[in-house]
Design a protein around this ligand. Structure first.
Ligand code: BGC
Length: 355
């Protein structure tokens, strides 16, 4: 079968390769891949900046945003042949730490977790994969076209769950949410803010096209320019760009008791003059909370599945602005300024060999 593989931490090694069929020891549920989403993490791995192969191997199969159909599953498990499923990305560490032991692997304390397609476990960008039943999530059949958004949505379901927990430290009556970045992660953050009844402003540097249109269709406001000149204060900011200078501006943008959730992973190396004393003063005197959020556990995948099921299917479909066949994998891995989400569609024609 065909798979996209890479030698982690070595740029220029991504290739479409023939691989052995998955073996039973990888899991008792056999899944046929329908679609794989491409995100910034995949592009970082391909650029040689991130990722680790499974122990004793040189290559890593890419792909952590999956959508598949069950081919076979053991009798009595939570899924059966024909079910539409998404695979959970992270596995608990082997110790396990207190969080991993409780199924909260997204909060792993010792960093020894593994991640499919990212860290020490093969991913799902192959025609078929096997997985343990406890790490598949079943989706409603009508999410056949958009279910590949479940993994990124799970990241936001976790972020919003934690925002809600933090908010409950006092009376919490949020009205406005600001989301920075109108990529797939930002749009899904905005969807969940709307589903919570909040007014939403989405901030991005792109001035026209699909991004502002999707935000307006969601019932949100779209803003560009300087985030400090928005003229509205948001009770919650969900930062989805990872762009360092913007992250610092966001930290200074909330009213007293505001919450800033950072979900974007920055690239290091950008120097910025900041006044740490001023930030500390603001945060302390206003009881602000700035926190980071990564990954998701099963509870978050299930919450995200409900969110996607409740969203307008036509709106969700437009987030996936580029669907390419496996044969166009090189293009899929290139960022396109106008594209929102790129998906490799395994149901379209594919070439037998790397081109
Ligand atoms: C994935 C997460 C993962 C994180 C760090 C993100 O792209 O969506 O599941 O935990 O990268 O590796």
């Amino acid at each position: 079968m065909l798979a996209i593989e890479v030698v982690p931490l070595t740029a220029g090694t991504a290739k479409l390769a023939e691989r052995e069929e998955p073996v039973l020891s990888e899991g008792s549920v056999l899944v046929e891949t329908l679609a794989i989403g491409v995100c910034g993490t995949d592009r970082e791995i391909v650029a040689g900046n991130y990722g680790r192969p499974p122990p004793g191997e040189a290559n890593l199969v890419l792909g952590h945003e999956s959508l598949g159909r069950v081919i076979e599953a053991p009798a009595g498990s939570s899924v059966a042949a024909g079910d539409l499923v998404v695979a959970i990305v992270r596995r608990p560490d082997p110790v396990p730490c207190a969080n991993c032991a409780a199924g909260e692997w997204d909060m792993c304390r010792n960093g020894r977790y593994t991640e499919c397609g990212i860290k020490e476990r093969h991913g799902f960008c192959r025609e078929r994969f096997r997985i343990e039943p406890e790490f598949v999530v079943k989706l409603a059949p009508h999410l056949k076209k958009t279910g590949v958004l479940l993994e990124p949505a799970s990241i936001l379901a976790k972020a919003w769950e934690h925002i809600d927990y933090i908010g409950r430290r006092a009376r919490w009556l949020p009205k406005v949410a600001l989301v920075t970045g109108a990529g797939p992660v930002g749009l899904l953050a905005a969807l969940m803010a709307k589903q919570r009844g909040l007014d939403v402003i989405v901030f991005d540097r792109v001035e026209s096209g699909l991004k502002p249109e999707l935000v307006r269709r969601l019932g949100g406001k779209y803003a560009t320019g300087d985030v400090e000149e928005l003229g509205t204060t948001a009770d919650v900011i969900v930062e989805c760009t990872g762009y360092g200078p913007l992250v610092f501006k966001c930290m200074r943008q909330t009213p007293p008791g505001g919450i800033v959730c950072l979900t974007g992973i920055s690239t290091a190396g950008r120097k910025l003059e900041i006044d740490p004393g001023l930030i500390n003063r603001d945060v302390v005197l206003e009881n602000d909370v700035i926190f980071g959020s990564v990954n998701a556990n099963r509870r978050h995948y299930e919450a995200a599945a409900k969110s996607l099921a409740a969203a307008d299917p036509a709106w969700l479909e437009r987030i996936i602005s580029r669907r390419l066949p496996l044969s166009a994998w090189r293009d899929a891995l290139q960022p396109m300024p106008d594209a929102v989400k790129t998906v490799i569609d395994f149901t379209q024609d594919r070439l037998p060999n790397d081109s």
